[in-house]
Design a protein around this ligand. Sequence first.
Ligand SMILES: CCCCCCCCCCCCCCCCCCC/C=C/C(=O)SCCNC(=O)CCNC(=O)[C@H](O)C(C)(C)COP(=O)(O)OP(=O)(O)OC[C@H]1O[C@@H](n2cnc3c(N)ncnc32)[C@H](O)[C@@H]1OP(=O)(O)O
Ligand SMILES: Cc1cc2nc3c(=O)[nH]c(=O)nc-3n(C[C@H](O)[C@H](O)[C@H](O)COP(=O)(O)OP(=O)(O)OC[C@H]3O[C@@H](n4cnc5c(N)ncnc54)[C@H](O)[C@@H]3O)c2cc1C
Length: 710
Amino acid sequence: MWRGGSNTRTCKRRFFSSPTRSRHHRPPYICRLHSRGSQHLKAMAEVDHLAAERATARFDVEEMKVAWAGSRHAVHVADRMARLVASDPVFRKDNRTMLSRKELFKDTLRKAAHAWKRIVELRLTEEEADLLRQYVDQPGYVDLHWGMFVPAIKGQGTEEQQHKWLPLAYKFQIIGCYAQTELGHGSNVQGLETTATFDPKTDEFVIHSPTLTSSKWWPGGLGKASTHAVVYARLITEGKDYGIHGFIVQLRSLEDHSPLPGVTLGDIGGKFGSGAYNSMDNGVLRFDHVRIPRDQMLMRLSQVTREGKYVHSNVPKQLLYGTMVYVRQSIVADASKALSRAVCIAVRYSAVRKQFGSQDGGPETQVLNYKTQQSRLFPLLASAYAFRFVGDWLNWLYTDVTQKLEAKDFSTLQEAHACTAGLKAVTTSVTADAIEECRKLCGGHGYLNSSGLPELFAVYVPACTYEGDNVVLLLQVARILMKTVSQLASGKQPVGTMAYMGKVQYLMQCKSAVSSAEDWLNPDAIQEAFEARALRMAVNCAQNISQAASQEEAAGFYERSPDLLEAAVAHIQLIIVTKFIEKVHQEIPGHGVKEQLQALCNVYALYILHKHLGDFLATGCITPRQGALANEQLGKLYAQVRPNAVALVDAFNYTDHYLGSVLGRYDGDVYPALYEEAWKDPLNETVVPEGYHEYLRPLIKQQQLKLSRL
Ligand SMILES: CCCCCCCCCCCCCCCCCCC/C=C/C(=O)SCCNC(=O)CCNC(=O)[C@H](O)C(C)(C)COP(=O)(O)OP(=O)(O)OC[C@H]1O[C@@H](n2cnc3c(N)ncnc32)[C@H](O)[C@@H]1OP(=O)(O)O
Ligand SMILES: Cc1cc2nc3c(=O)[nH]c(=O)nc-3n(C[C@H](O)[C@H](O)[C@H](O)COP(=O)(O)OP(=O)(O)OC[C@H]3O[C@@H](n4cnc5c(N)ncnc54)[C@H](O)[C@@H]3O)c2cc1C
C-alpha cells in the first residue's frame, strides 16, 4: 500500500536533514509527493467503494432529497446557497481549529460582514439568507441578532415599538442580543435579580445590577459585538416588584463602540473545544443605574403609564417566554441537521474503512458490514430522519399556535410549551450523544479535527443546556403530564399530543397482540405499545405522588422527579414515533422512497423499544418474548437498510464544505485527504519544532552524556 511506500520514507529522511523549512516553501520532494503522488494515490485509493455503494441503492435519491428537504423548491434553494458559500474563499473553514481566539473572532466578524454584503448584493430572500447563514456554519452574533433579539421585539414589542426598532435591526444599524441569564440564575427565570425601577420624575427606567450574581452572564453576541440588548429585569414601580419584564437597552456607542456610561461589559472567556463555540462572544454585563426612556420597556403584554401605574393586558404572563419557545422549536430542526452531518460522516467512512476478514489476500471487510457497526449506526440514521420530520411538524404547530395567539385564543399555549420544551430536550440530548458515538464509529481518525466530528461535538453539546437545561425542561413536561392525568378523573378530555391519554381505560389494561417478528412492522402495534408505555409510566408517577399522602404535592413531585423524567421522555418518544408514522402514511413520490422511510421509521421505533425494554416490560405493555421478537425484527431491518445506507446520507445533500470532514467526503477518497490535511498543521510548518534547541536537544545531550559516563 502507498501508506508504507518509499515516498513516505523519503519524506521523513529529508525532514530531519532540513531544520526550518516552512510549509509555504515546501521542499521539492514534498511537492513531488503531492503532485505526482496524489494522482498515483488517487488511483490506488478506495474511491470506487462509494460508487459501488451508491449503485446498490434501491430508491430514487433525488426524490429522497425532496422528502428530506420538504419540497423540490427547498432542495433547489438549499443547493444554490450551499454552493454559493462553498465556492467563496472568505467562507473557508478548514483552518478554523488552528486559529487563536482573537483570530477566530475576527474571522467570524469578517464572515458575518461578507455574508451580509452578499445577501444585499444578490438581493437574497429571507429564506435564502437564512440558508446562507446556516452554510457559513460558524456561530456568531448574527445568530442571536436574528434568532432572539429580533423575535423578542416582534413578540413582545407594541406595533409602535416594532415600527421604531425593527427597521434599524433589519439593516444592521444596530446589533442586538438577548440578555436574560445571570451569573446566579439561568434556569430559574423568576429568580433574576437585575432591576428596572421606574422614575416618574424623568419618565425613565433605571436599570441596575444590585449584586455580583445579578451580572448578565452568557448572552451570545454581548461580549464584543452588540450595540443593544433586550434585557430581562424585575420591574419595580410605585414601590412594588412586578416580576420579570423585557427592556431594550443600548449598551455601546454607535460612533466608536465604547460602552455607554454605567455599562460594564466583556467576554466571559474561552469555552469547551478548539474553534467550535469560541467564535461566539458570550458576554458579561453590569449596569450601574443606567437610565432608559419608559418607552423602551417592551409593552405588548403589560405597560407602565406616564404616572407609573402598572397595567397588565388580559393575556397569560407566560407569553413573556415566547422568544424561548420560538428558539426551542428551531433547535429541534437544528438537531436533525447536526445529527445528519455526523451520521453522513460515519456512514460514508464506514463504507470506505476496512478491517479484518481478508481471505487469501483478498480485500478486508468494510466496517459497515459488521452487524455491531450497523446496530450502533443505523438507529442514528433513523433518528436523523425522525427528528427532521418531527421538527417540520413542530414548526407547523408553532405557526398554528402563533396564529391562534394573534386571535387571542390561548388554548394551545400549554401544548406548544410541552412540545417545544420536551422535543428540544430529547432531540438535543440524543444528538449530542450520537455525535460522540459517530466519532467512536470512525475509530482513531474520528478523533482528528479533520474528521469534523470533534468540532461538531463541541459546538453542539451546549444545546443540551442553552434555551433551557434539558432536565429542567423535561420536568416542565412531566408537570403538564401530571396535571393531565389528574384531570382524567373529572372526565376532561385531553387534546393534541396528550389526546391518547383519553383512552386511559383501554391503554391501562391492553396487551400487545404481536406474535411474530413481522407483526412489529404493523404501525398500529408500535403505536399502541408506545401509547400504553407512556400512559402507564405517567399514571404510575401520579399514583406514587398521591400515595405519599403525608407530603405536599410539590414535595411528592420532587421525590419522584427521576421517574417523572423517564415518563416525560416516554411521552416525547411517543410523539416522535407518531409523527414519523404519520409522515410515512402520506403520499410520498419517488421509486422506493416511501419503502425506505417506512424501514427507517420501524428502525427508530423498534430501537427505542429495545433500548427502553425495561419500561415496556415493567409496565406490562409487552412480554419478554415480544421484546425479543422486536429485536429480531430490528436485525432484519438493519440488513434492509445496509445496501441503501450511503444513498440515504447522500439524500441530505450536503456539500463537502458544509460537512467539513475528510472522512465524510462525497467521493470517499479519504486517505489522501487525511494525509494532505496532516501537513497543514502549524506544527509541520518547521521540520524541527520550535523548542528543540531549548528543551529537546539539551535533554537528549544530557542523557547521552550520562550514558557515556557509565
Ligand atoms: C434578511 C436577513 C435574514 C438573515 C437570516 C438569519 C436567520 C438567523 C436565524 C437564527 C435561528 C436560530 C438561532 C439559534 C441560536 C441558538 C443559540 C443559543 C442561544 C441561547 C440562548 C439562551 O439560552 S436564552 C436563555 C434561555 N433560558 C431558559 O431557557 C430558562 C429556562 N427556564 C424557564 O423557561 C422557566 O424558568 C421555567 C419554565 C423553567 C419555569 O417557569 P416559571 O418560573 O414561570 O414557573 P413554573 O414552572 O411554575 O411555570 C408557571 C406556568 O407557566 C407555564 N410555562 C412555563 N414556561 C412556559 C412557556 N415557555 N410557554 C407557556 N407556558 C409556560 C408552566 O407550564 C406553568 O403552567 P401552570 O399551568 O401554571 O402549571
Ligand atoms: C453556549 C451557551 C449560550 C448561551 N446563550 C445565552 C444567551 O444568548 N442569552 C441568555 O440569556 N442565556 C444564554 N445562555 C444561558 C443558558 O440559557 C443557561 O445556561 C441555561 O438556561 C441553564 O441555566 P443555568 O446555567 O442556570 O443552569 P443551572 O440551572 O444552574 O443548572 C445546573 C444543574 O442543576 C440542575 N437543575 C437546575 N434546576 C433544577 C430543578 N428545578 N430540578 C432538577 N435539577 C435542576 C440542572 O439540570 C443542571 O444539572 C447560554 C448558555 C450557553 C452554555
